[in-house]
Write a new protein. Sequence first.
Length: 247
Amino acid sequence: MKVSSRRPLVAANWKMNGSKSLAKQLENALVQADLRHVDVVICPPFPYLSCFEHDLKLGAQNVSEFASGAHTGEISTAILQEFSVKYVIVGHSERRTEHHENNELVASKALVALEAGLIPIVCIGESESVRDSGELFSFLAAQLDAVMDKLGITRCQDIVLAYEPIWAIGTGKTASPEQAQEVHQFIRAHIGKQDKHVAASMRILYGGSVKGSNAADLFGQQDVDGGLIGGASLDPDDFLKICQAAK
Ligand code: PGA
């Protein structure tokens, strides 16, 4: 039986999907459900942030490392906060790959978000080739170290981590609960080398093909504190099941 003092968190990462009508449907589904046991965060594309009227927790999918100015296509912490955004995903593997965001930039974005009072959801995770090469733990350690070095360990207690193996994202190939737990335990132990209290209190989400049908097994693992949900967050019924599985 899992025992944890960490409050579960489930975040919907719509990526470049969704619509105004989906925002309404998801909002209706969430406000009618009893989700007192879990923090639910919705991260839609930027314009849809203004479609959510109820008191739901909102997150952005990216933020600029700059405060303002001539950065076409970017978004600042201040703009996000005008739309009641409280969380921001940084370092998603799609941004690392498509926008060449490296560990250093991801750590800078996490710092900028924290300093503005936003909670960064910092994503880490390996490709299949890294896992096959036997470099899994050193690869993840480097991603974590960049964040801890930039933020300092004390500030790390205010972030959320998301472990998202790239080979499991959008592929239907979920990590097994045991694989997820093995990595989450490693992440917590690695952070614990610097500060056991921070490690014990930090929420670490799993992401990668989480669905209503596998969420309970994943979230039941001792070090898995919820999920970052892509595809299944576009289906209000399935997303609700995932939220309800985060007990
Ligand atoms: P997925 O995406 O649930 O569609 O695999 C997860 C993510 O990329 O955050």
